[in-house]
Write a protein that binds this ligand. Structure first.
Ligand code: DSN
Length: 445
């Protein structure tokens, strides 16, 4: 057996991981779905649990040797049930999209009607978008947000009455307001649909008491574990008491859909790490963290607006901000994302509601505070960062996106070369590095 350390055995990958570590350590990670796990979570992820196969569930495995795998999975399940106040938990989904796919498999037949929030309006691909399996294999109806950025309940209700979906999703990837679990439950209950809350983005905020819970309103809850919840990359499917009242067999249906329906052997190292993350989340420090994530997002949103940026819905209730760059030009997201990256600030380009451009050239950027808050940054730092972001975006204002595809490519090439040499962006990058040194991540203080 090779007992050498990575450094000795694969210098190329070792170096690449070091470079990624430096990028995370000395840059501002502001993609709202990202976070930094603790050393303890990483230790569990990198443990011998990765060596095992364990198809099935605790006490009912197909292979032998699962004594300790069962213990870890049972611990994870019990922690989910306690933290999220749910009746049943499946901790095996590999990630958010497979979790959502398993929910479809448990509840719907091909081509049945499902309903979710439209992708350009902040929804997720798996909630019925046309290019995803969920839009291809089911008859997907999409609801939208109003011009003020809030979900259009009137539209959602009237679509539900007209199309009678079997399943309705509430939850999204780019929604800046609190998710209206109660209101969407009223609509689902009226038409007899299952309400599935996809809380991937706000799971950590819910656990920390900084966002309303879905457990009283939804029948099923899905979430990833690596966003605000600050665990490893994985996912959960939960069945609520309300879900069991609607269908006493719901827990078995979900478990069967995950395995053998959709997946093979669970990732036991991930499950062990999920358990560790859940224990971390069950603490007063995590509650403080969740509230600080929101306070930071509000402070950053205000600073961005004070510096002339337009925000979808004029602010935020959670960890996420969506800047509407159409006052500069439609389709400007790519310019802002690249300029910010050159300044050491990582965000992602994103569609905005009623985007006048396309998902390839969206008109917004999505910004989040979970990762910076994990570093210990607070409102004061958010104000400084807001000023840097506005200044960086200002450097992009003169670039106009041509209509022609080939001309676009040429202009973007020119733009990328120029921003690499841009003095303002270089200076911000230096300042960002200094700020990051004050809030060390994995490096020692
Ligand atoms: N990719 C995730 C996000 O960034 O929100 C959603 O799946």
């Amino acid at each position: 057996m090779n007992r050498k350390k990575l450094k000795e055995t694969d210098a190329e990958i070792f170096k690449t991981i070091r470079e990624e570590l430096k990028r995370q350590e000395y840059g501002l990670e502001m993609i709202p779905s990202e976070n930094f796990v603790s050393r303890a979570v990483m230790e569990a992820m990198g443990s011998v649990m990765t060596n095992k196969y364990s198809e099935g569930y605790p006490g009912k495995r197909y292979y032998g040797g699962n004594e300790f795998i069962d213990i870890a999975e049972n611990i994870a399940i019990e922690r989910v049930k306690k933290l999220f106040n749910v009746a049943h938990a499946n901790v095996q989904p590999y990630s958010g999209s497979p979790a959502n796919a398993a929910v479809y498999l448990a509840l719907c037949k091909p081509h049945e009607v499902i309903m979710g929030q439209s992708l350009p309006d902040g929804g997720h691909l798996t909630h019925g978008w046309k290019t995803s399996f969920s839009g291809l294999f089911f008859n997907a109806i999409q609801y939208h947000v109003k011009t003020d950025g809030y979900i259009d309940f009137e539209e959602a209700r009237s679509l539900a009455r007209e199309h009678k979906p079997k399943l309705i999703w509430v939850g999204a990837s780019a929604y800046v307001r609190s998710f209206p679990f109660r209101e969407m439950a009223e609509i689902a209950d009226e038409v007899g649909a299952y309400l599935v809350a996809d809380i991937a983005h706000v799971a950590g905020l819910i656990v920390g008491g900084a966002h309303p819970s879905a457990s009283e309103h939804a029948h099923i809850i899905t979430t990833t574990t690596h966003k605000t919840l600050r665990g490893p990359r994985g996912a959960l499917i939960m069945v609520t008491e309300k879900g069991l009242r609607k269908d006493p067999e719901l827990a078995e249906k979900i478990d069967k859909a995950v395995f053998p329906g959709f997946q093979g052997g669970p990732h036991d190292h991930t499950i062990a790490a999920i358990a560790v993350a859940l224990q971390e989340a069950d603490s007063p420090e995590f509650k403080e963290y969740a509230h600080q994530v929101v306070a930071n997002a509000k402070a950053l949103a205000q600073e961005l607006m004070d510096n002339g940026l337009k925000l979808v819905s004029g602010g935020t209730d959670n960890h996420l901000i969506l800047a509407d760059l159409t006052p500069i030009q439609k389709g400007h997201g790519v310019f802002a994302q690249e300029a910010l990256e050159a300044a050491g600030i990582t965000v992602n380009k994103n569609t905005i509601p009623q985007d006048p451009s396309s998902p390839f050239y969206p008109s917004g950027i999505r910004i989040g505070t979970p990762a910076l808050t994990t570093r210990g940054m607070k409102e004061e730092e958010m104000k400084q960062i807001g000023k840097w972001m506005a200044a960086a975006i200002n450097e992009t204002a003169k670039y106009k996106l041509p209509e022609e595809k080939e001309e676009r490519k040429e202009l973007l090439k020119k733009f990328k070369n120029e921003i690499k040499r841009n003095k303002t962006l270089k200076q911000i990058k230096k300042d960002v590095k200094e700020l990051c040194k004050r809030f060390p991540l994995y490096a020692k203080k």
